[in-house]
Design a protein around this ligand. Sequence first.
Ligand code: VG1
Ligand code: CO
Length: 543
Amino acid sequence: MPIRELQTKPYNDQKSGTAGLRKKVAVFQQPHYLENFLQSIFDVETSLRGKTLIIGGDGRYYNREAIFTAIAMAAANGVAKVVVGQGGLLSTPAASHLIRLRKAGGGFLFTASHNPAGPDGDFGIKFNVAGGGQAPEGLTTRIYEHSKTIQRYRVAEGANLDLDRRGLQKLEEMEIEVVDCVEDYSALMQSLFDFDRIREWIKKGGTLRFDAMHAVTGPYAQRILVEQLGAATNAVMNATPLEDFGGGHPDPNLIYAKHLVDLVHSPASPDLAAASDGDGDRNMILGRGIFISPGDSLAMLAAHLDKLPGYRGGLKGLARSMPTCRAVDQVAKALKVEFHETPTGWKFFANLFDAGRLTLCGEESFGTSSSHAREKDGLWAVLAWINVLAVTGLSVREIAEQHWRRFGRHYFARHDYENLSTATAASVTQALADANAHLPGKTYGDWTVTQADEFSYHDPVDGSIAVHQGLRVVFGDAARIVLRLSGTGTEGATLRLYLERYEKLETALGWETDSAVAPLANAAEQIVRIGELTGRKAPNVIT
Ligand code: VG1
Ligand code: CO
């Protein structure tokens, strides 16, 4: 089985977005497309030589082919050992954990997250570095630059691998270990949460429903919730990962998990309902008759986290991405802990975790996680919530209402305008950027603009600066409008408009989010004129 060096020609579109390289499957199927990108990583991140590399994916169409290619190329590029999930499966947080556990040089995670799968769907790669976090921007830029000039790649030919058989195999000098995808992750969860207490809570009648949406979390939820914690066998829905996610859209939100919303508003509601996404890093939390928005979930977990075994020592710091509502800011203030506001995308939290300045963080896009990993972690958030319910004896609704009484309530909605032309999307962001300077002092309804700017982030750990991270119009603590371009799409451009409104009044408890943010949506339309500039009467998706 010789190692061969083969000629190739560069592509010019291998720039990583918010979370890795994401393209249509057909793009990845072009000759040497995947090989070029992987070789660019091996050429730039030379520290992978002689190290362990973690490989897995969310099980979507093209996962296995990509994994075979990656293993054959790793063997030809001096990697000492590959650890790969059985059947090619590893959730994104489980892969991040394995990188840390095995002190690996990095990992390849084949996923396009919640984007639809199948031959006509999307594919992607998240490249994570030693320490478990996603490659930082400087590194992905160098990989991209290299990919535009690449002329050859290296591969071990004729490999005969069995991804379904656990244990050791060999390819040239490289060892390959196929591991159970759940085992190490579940051990980590047991070290953080009080499994006995949760078992007790379930025994006493606590009920759960988790939708794995035919994506990667099925085996994890089945093992942990049903087998280890004793939840009913029907507690996990759609537990078998499928190459096309069953034709569905594993995006845990009010649109794609509407059946869970309907469930919690029916007499059959469990105490806690939840869902995760394609690669297992997102989470949606619902209780009887109530949806907990991601920004609230982050704030509420922050307020209760020190009751859970893994966090008894208290919180080192809290953080959220800029567009995420400012509910957690209130908790950070009350707990007197360090607080950070970062750009969208999990990679920006990694340095803060590594520096010991962060314990819990989250994003409005249904992402929450702690210092146990360097990725957001869907099942972790679900277990954290269950553990909080078990420890406090309160319901999800009681926890939420208690929280809002103490801290006030942030109403939040995100309006997505998908599949716009790049020029149209740019005209909207440009219009707001141009208007920014004139906005402070202007009044819209009950709100007066106190600040209008473009967000940039100065990393307090390594000093790097990330610019163009979204436009924001701030109305003091009372409200905020944020506008940014998505960096994960594979078709056209997507604009995201984030609306946030804060109310201290207890009377606000009964409001619906839609009506609470409606006046703010009007203000946004006056300021940004998305309808006029895009010709769209309404957003495609509201979450
Ligand atoms: C979106 C979300 C962002 C998230 C990213 C990756 O990015 O807004 O918060 O970190 O997806 O999520 P964008 O650029 O499209 O807004 V996942 O579940 O792909 O890792
Ligand atoms: Co994801």
